[in-house]
Design a protein around this ligand. Sequence first.
Ligand code: ZN
Length: 133
Amino acid sequence: MNSDLTKQLVDKFPKLYSKNFHFSVGDGWYGILYDLSAKLSEYIDNADEELLEQMRETGIDFDQTCLVGQCKEKFGSLRYYLNCGMPKEVNDIVDVVEDIAGTICEVCGKEGKMRNGGWIKCLCDEHDENRKK
Ligand SMILES: [Zn+2]
């Protein structure tokens, strides 16, 4: 993801992403990552003591650590890893967005699907054609 879009997410969601966080995905997934980040951020902001304690025990301390460990593309799919154990409902939110990413062109954000051809990527018709040239 380009540095402008990366900066927007990092600046907007400081509890999720460290200052030098790197999104190893295409720009087309910015929109779904923004939505996912907003949901996670809201969830954390409303977390009760019990949840915060659970997060601390499983490896996160917001003074030093951000929630998201890694965000990358692998075999055309979005992989989004958190730095600590979270309740099932949070993991479900992440799972849903990972599934949605499989229907969105990683280059431009339009409707896409999984394409084979050397390496697997989720692309729209146009960007799949471009790739073959
Ligand atoms: Zn596209």
